[in-house]
Design a protein around this ligand. Structure first.
Ligand SMILES: Cc1cc2nc3c(=O)[nH]c(=O)nc-3n(C[C@H](O)[C@H](O)[C@H](O)COP(=O)(O)OP(=O)(O)OC[C@H]3O[C@@H](n4cnc5c(N)ncnc54)[C@H](O)[C@@H]3O)c2cc1C
Length: 637
């Protein structure tokens, strides 16, 4: 099937304005005839649901949590990018666009990224108008700090709680629409399947997580904003409920999954402590504004950091990348940390950590200034590690954090299935092979506040409202499939817990499809995943029943999907015989161990079509055309 990205013609800077004008409009009086389902209430879903309702559409909004405010977006710490150039340090729409395309290792669509940079400033205005308490300078103007992969300060922040504050902004807009009757909120619902009829998305099937009841919901369009799938690795910085189920079930119904192997491993996380752990904690990238990364020069040096003199320390990022120093992009910083630890220079009990040291910054700016910027992050670190980062360097190590892959969407954010739109981390769209820090919040809010409200109108203007309701046979068939799967999970009645399977899957993914990959390891992983999946369906134990609140059952469904999806990730990684961004294949590296792309053969988006669990997925390629940016070997030196 040919993939039409629907990128508008014309000069890059004019494409979005022109497209907005050319899109068909839905007359205000007709908007109330359309029903739209939005799944997810994070920054993407919350902003989309509120904006669509404000426009006059009827919205049904679903989430797993007991309230929209508990979506994973609330965990975002460091900030949100926008090219306002408040610092007068040379920022511009063009620079944000360029940094993002380069940061993604030239594997993103130029037109999407340019639009993202164009609307970035509007997001900040919108959030300020909602009352989001961004950090301010003494004189009252909005403050900025720097994030990786940029030499300007363009990151707006609210201490280490940016996601929480932005989500409260979106939630207040959403609450207004709930009160106005334009949004009906369905918390504690898990989407189990997409209803497709006549190659169009027509609705969803959900499980009421309190009563266990299976419900059917019809609409004129379905918008998935269900977040990322980093939890396929078991250990990640994502919220426990983050999952791939909604996106993967849509994939099984025909939506293409793009670039699933592009995973972001964040360099600044608290290292793994032991096998009892089920979660990893991010220490925000913002810390690398002031913290200096180092390891002892001598391998196997076990002295405490205070006893290692300056001359025996290696500030390896500053030495290797003098232009960007500690603020190189995440993929580069993570790979370098791994390289140091692999060479025996890692620190801490496991040797799988490097130091992040604030001593110089505290000497320079004083403890109070550092506490103002990062106080809550320092407290969090101390609570978890029982070490005071004001006195002794933090220890950090890379951890799974974000997934650049997602459902394939065109310029309008519509998947290859008519009527199915995908926003935020759940789509693949703007970050290529590596996302720059503080760009996920920007993308989620751009999608929800400023892109979808236009593009969905272009689609709805061409369809008849309410054509199909839940009486249609497709709803019964889809609901029956969901019920059968639940019954199957409960009937296995085996011996191993869901978490036990999940942990083993995570280890396979980390060992063979993690920070570094190679062909032999990836091939081995495919076999191991298949084997584990086979055992899961014979030996998993899921206590409780279907007609009740049952978190084991919820998790079992999600892990069952991860066990299928993981294989697709590995196959995608195996087919991409190059290294780029978060996909580092050891067989494809430069002499200096940097990712070596193959632009001649792999300058495309890999969009996979599901053809059955036991058959090979079909690959569809969307060629990436770079008309405005020259493809180069990425350098941060
Ligand atoms: C610790 C941490 C810190 C971060 N800090 C930053 C930062 O400083 N800056 C930045 O730009 N990015 C940051 N990120 C990334 C960013 O937070 C996420 O990419 C972004 O918030 C994702 O938003 P979203 O709306 O796409 O999805 P989410 O916020 O993950 O929301 C998903 C929603 O979908 C719902 N859902 C999921 N599956 C289903 C289902 N099957 N049925 C029904 N509902 C479902 C959930 O209930 C939830 O409401 C951070 C990420 C982490 C993990």
């Amino acid at each position: 099937m040919p993939l039409d990205s629907k990128i508008p013609a014309g000069p890059l800077a004019d494409k979005w304005d022109r497209h907005k004008f050319e899109l068909k409009l839905v007359n205000p009086a007709n908007k109330r005839k359309f029903n739209i389902i939005v799944v997810g209430t994070g920054l993407a879903g919350g902003s989309a649901a509120a904006s669509l309702a404000e426009l006059g559409y009827n919205v049904k909004n679903f989430c797993i949590q007991d309230t929209p405010r508990r979506a994973h977006s609330i965990a975002a710490q460091g900030g949100i990018n926008a090219s306002k150039n408040y610092q007068n340090d040379g920022d511009s729409t063009w620079r944000l666009f360029y940094d993002t395309v380069k940061g993604g290792d030239f594997r993103a669509r130029e037109a999407n990224v340019y639009r993202l940079a164009q609307v970035s400033g509007n997001i900040i205005d919108q959030c300020v108008a909602q009352g989001v308490p961004f950090a301010r300078e003494y004189g009252g103007t909005l403050a900025n700090r720097s994030f990786g992969g940029a030499q300007v300060s363009r990151t707006f922040y609210a201490r280490g709680q940016t996601g929480q504050q932005l989500l409260l902004g979106a939630y207040s807009a959403l609450s207004r629409q709930i009160a106005a009757g334009k949004v009906t909120m369905y918390p504690r619902r898990e989407m189990l399947d997409l209803v497709v009829a006549g190659n169009r998305a027509r609705g969803i099937v959900v499980r009421n997580l309190i009563s266990g009841q299976i419900e059917k919901h019809a609409a004129d369009a379905v918008v998935l904003c269900t977040g990322g799938y980093g939890n396929v690795f078991f250990l990640s910085t994502n919220a426990m409920a983050s999952n791939v189920t909604a996106a993967y079930r849509a994939h099984k119904r025909g939506a293409f999954f793009a670039n699933p192997c592009y995973t972001q491993i964040h360099p600044t996380c608290i290292p793994v402590h032991g096998t009892y752990q089920s979660k990893l904690t991010l220490m925000s990238e913002s810390l690398r504004n002031d913290g200096r990364v180092w390891v002892p020069k001598k391998a196997g040096d076990t002295r405490p950091p205070s006893q290692i003199p300056e001359s025996e320390r290696s500030y390896y990022l500053e030495e290797k990348y003098p232009s960007f120093g500690n603020l190189v992009p995440r993929d580069v910083a993570s790979r370098n940390a791994k390289e140091q630890c692999d060479a025996g220079r890692g620190v801490g009990d496991t040797g799988l950590a490097v130091y992040l040291d604030f001593a110089d910054a505290i000497r320079r700016d004083g403890r109070d200034v550092i506490a103002k910027k990062y106080g809550n992050l320092f407290e969090m670190y101390e609570k978890i590690v029982a070490d005071d980062p004001y006195e002794t360097p933090m220890m950090i190590y890379p951890a799974v954090h974000y997934t650049m892959g997602g459902l394939w969407v065109d310029y309008n954010l519509m998947s290859n299935l008519d009527g199915l739109f995908v926003l935020g981390e759940a789509n693949f769209s703007d970050h290529g092979a590596n996302r720059l820090g503080a760009s996920a919040l920007m993308q989620g809010l751009a999608d929800g506040y400023f892109v979808l409200p236009y593009t969905i109108g272009g689609y709805l203007a061409q369809v008849t409202p309410g054509e199909i309701d839940t009486d249609n046979a497709a709803f019964d068939q889809t609901a029956a499939t969901a019920k059968k799967r639940i019954e199957h999970l409960l009937a296995v009645d085996g011996k191993r817990t869901v978490d036990d399977f999940h942990r083993q899957l995570g280890l396979i993914m980390w060992d063979y499809c993690g920070m570094a990959r190679n062909d032999a390891g990836l091939e081995k992983a495919i076999g191991l995943i298949k084997e584990l999946r086979g055992e899961f369906w014979e030996n998993v134990t899921v206590p409780g029943s279907a007609g009740d609140f049952n978190q084991s059952l919820e998790r079992a469904g999600r892990v069952a999907d991860f066990l299928e999806f993981a294989e697709l990730m590995v196959k995608d990684a195996l087919h991409r015989k190059e290294s780029c961004g978060g996909h580092f294949n050891e067989g494809h590296q430069t002499e200096e161990n940097e990712a070596k792309r193959d632009d001649e053969n792999f300058c495309y988006v890999a969009a996979w079509e599901h053809t059955g669990i036991d058959s090979e997925p079909a690959l569809h390629k969307e060629s990436l055309e770079f008309e405005n940016v020259k493809l180069t070997q990425r350098s941060y030196k």
